[in-house]
Design a protein around this ligand. Sequence first.
Ligand SMILES: C[S@@+](CC[C@H](N)C(=O)[O-])C[C@H]1O[C@@H](n2cnc3c(N)ncnc32)[C@H](O)[C@@H]1O
Length: 247
Amino acid sequence: MSKFEKSEWAEDKHAKEFMENADIYILERQRLFEILKSFYTYFLGNKAYQRPINVLDLGCGDGALTRELLKEDPKIKVTLIDGSAEMIRNARKHLESYEGFNFIQKTFQELLKDESEGNDKITDGFDFVISSLAIHHLHTKEKEALFRYIHEHLNSGGFFLNIETVKAPTDELESWYRVLWGEWIRKNQIEMDAKENFEYLPEQYKNNPDNHPDTINTQLNALKSVGFQQVDCYYKYGIFTIFGGKK
Ligand SMILES: C[S@@+](CC[C@H](N)C(=O)[O-])C[C@H]1O[C@@H](n2cnc3c(N)ncnc32)[C@H](O)[C@@H]1O
């Protein structure tokens, strides 16, 4: 089993570094957000719900995804979960003006353990479960268990959308995707006039023992196997993808 406590995300300085620099090195981060918002508006926001839409943000970091959704719909009600105390602190700070949000510092492993032992305190049904760049820290079986957890906690007709890095189907493609990512970082750094150089990141990502990406097909199949419908990869650029499904 993967251990959050032994991963770099358990260190505050790693969380801080991500919050400061993610826009520089996460490939097309703004486009990922745009697709998330379009998905939300098309499938959920435009529907005549008589109540606030209930969202679960898994591995929320400082609440970046939730803050994007709030631009589309300021009435959503969100539960934010992350293993990192530093991230939850920052999410709380950024979202302090919103009432009724639920901030939970818990690892996915703890979430699954509580569920299997019947101690899961999250009884809400969610309309939309979102996650970004967090679930690849789990091994394949843990991912499957989390996908099942998500399916069980979704209301009928609800959606799961995961922004995520995936493993390429061959080593040759994996190697090119890293080059592609590096090329994008180089160009983006010039456009953003970045003070630091992050071109080393694709190589570091590959060698990082905390990362356990699976192929897109493995994950789409896992979603189907736990009961999701409309399962598809909604976007892909090298190893960066958006995929999900409907309950
Ligand atoms: C790359 S950051 C992404 C944060 C945010 N979703 C975003 O896109 O800005 C990954 C996040 O996942 C969290 N995380 C990593 N492994 C986790 C685990 N096993 N359980 C819960 N959270 C985890 C980290 O603490 C971190 O906040």
